[in-house]
Design a protein around this ligand. Sequence first.
Ligand code: HEC
Ligand code: HEC
Length: 212
Amino acid sequence: MLKKASKTLLTLIALSGPLAISQVASAAGDPARGENLAQTCNGCHAGEGYRNPGPVYHIPMIGGQHADYIVSALKAYKSKERSHGTMQAQASNLSDQDMADIGAYFASMSGNSRPSLVNKQKAAKGKEKSVQCASCHGANGDGDQATFPKLAGQYESYIVQALKDYRSGERDNAIMKGFSAGLSIGDIEALAAWFSSQDGGLSAPEVENFKN
Ligand code: HEC
Ligand code: HEC
């Protein structure tokens, strides 16, 4: 990924001269500035085990998530294309630069390796089903393509909720609508058990004062 980014940078410099440099540098995001901006965010996204009040599901882990995906999610909340009142409000005042910096901050974290409590039989069934997901999300959900969210280690209840929302159209995404349409609730639970039990990928940032 780094290689790709610097290649793009070089191409842009070559094409458009010095003006492009600052634009590209800022698009990459400043994790230190992002950390400052993310204080409020960490009230919900840091530590493990915080839940959305209703419907009840775990607030997603975004530590270790791809920066590009975080930015695209924040843009979708800001434009209200993605529904969720609290997140729409959180994103409403963020500039593109703020989003890039916040994305860089969360993306700089490494994944957790934690014992999984999932049902092993469900996870085994999910592994079989997940073959169709691998080309975008990676074989165990820890894929390296920046626009496809990592799923490895994500909360089981959040994955279930996301897949149900794509299936019902509540969360509107043409690609995921297609991939969730044929899934039964059993399939959804199995896939969530599989991806959530995979190491690497994501973490809930461990921020002082927010540990639990
Ligand atoms: C009051 C709790 C709360 C706060 C504060 C909060 N979030 Fe969230 N966030 C959530 C919930 C709940 C969701 C899942 C919403 C949904 O289902 O779409 C979410 C989703 C997200 C997602 C999408 C994750 C994914 O995997 O698609 C991103 C990115 C995100 N938040 C970033 C932020 C940032 C950045 C801030 C601070 C500016 C922030 N959040 C503040 C509760 C919160
Ligand atoms: C062709 C590429 C592609 C394939 C194949 C694919 N996905 Fe996705 N997936 C995406 C994209 C793009 C998004 C982000 C969509 C958005 O912004 O809401 C996504 C989002 C998700 C999310 C939400 C993650 C989050 O953090 O909110 C889940 C869960 C998910 N996919 C599961 C699956 C599963 C399970 C399969 C296989 C049955 C699958 N996907 C197959 C491209 C794909």
